[in-house]
Design a protein around this ligand. Sequence first.
Ligand code: NAD
Length: 388
Amino acid sequence: MSQLISKWNYPTTVRFGAGRIKELPEVLEATGIKNPLFVTDPGLAKLPVVASTLKILDDAKIPYGVFSDVKPNPVDSNLTAGIAVFKQGKHDGVIAFGGGSALDLGKLIAFQAGQTRPIWDFEDIGDWWTRANSDVIAPIIAVPTTAGTGSEVGRAGVITNEATHTKKVIFHPKLLPAIVIADPELSVGMPAFITAGTGMDALAHCLEAYCAPGYHPMADGIAVEGIRLVFENLPKAYANGNDLTARAHMMSAAAMGATAFQKGLGAIHSLSHPIGALYDTHHGMTNAVFMPYVLAFNRGAIEERIVRLANYIGIKGGFDGFAKAILDLRTELKVPHALPGLIKDLDMDDARKELIADMAIVDPTAGGNPVELTKQAALKLLNEAIKG
Ligand code: NAD
């Protein structure tokens, strides 16, 4: 019994369903936001999905500002610029609208605008989050347009430190959006590459959470159903972006992944974070490349769990069957089998590999891997992912 001790955090109010973006004015009223800053990324800002959402605000005569200077893998200068716009416009809350990049940056603007300490003081280490003044954190409404990161239901925001080229996870309970509008219609325009990468991100979250050690049966239950949803729906959403049912199930799987990963993540993420920070690769696609190598590496510790999972999803052949299903899914989604397929002209010397391994083992996700991620192990996994 002594091990059956844990801490559970569950997500927030989610208004889920096609067409529910029209409820945005109501949601603003419910959160008490009168003058929101709408945070999105420059690609989305040009698309009809943003124009039609802003029209909802115009029609409801709600004043707002727009900030879209957000890089994929957002950086600290994006945050500084966003905070300046937030303060200048005297905004009282944020509508974070987009994929993980815009969601994270929007959340971090709402969080950081009123703080006096630098953002790096709130990295997800121990109880560093208690350093923040929680009274001045502005309310957040999150509206995902991809289905992968699950940032809309998360208490963290990821941001790259431009000076050190490291991806940092900032954590605070109030980074959790007050209300989420999860409207799968908004994800219909996602290009196939992003559909595949974000979908594999949702899978990576569910899979790593499920395999992480620790007692969290609720997270485990959510993760296995999330994995089932990905296997059944990601190929459909990839093949036909207009399949609204598949898009809806993927949006659920994304939120489920982020809910489950409060239990922990693992070496897929530990390796993917430095690669993303150094090579600016798509986060989910990078996870997808590392997935089979990490799965094989962890086999000794997770075989029994994976067999149970495979049985639940209806995959035959136990661990080997599941590993093959991951490889088949990657092939179907045109995920590169090795890093050179993801990073053009990849030329990593030994010093660069050592640096990546050093960054991987201190990544906060490393502790969640079911087999200890030593530097030697990180180097081995990296070499395997380079060679294929
Ligand atoms: P993204 O937000 O970087 O978006 C990728 C591209 O897709 C962008 O060019 C964007 O304009 C486009 N796009 C988004 N929605 C679209 C739509 N509906 N139609 C057409 N184009 C669309 O990608 P992402 O994978 O959602 O987010 C990745 C980021 O999220 C990374 O920075 C990663 O570190 C972070 N992340 C955060 C968490 C968390 O818990 N907070 C978890 C995982 C990843």
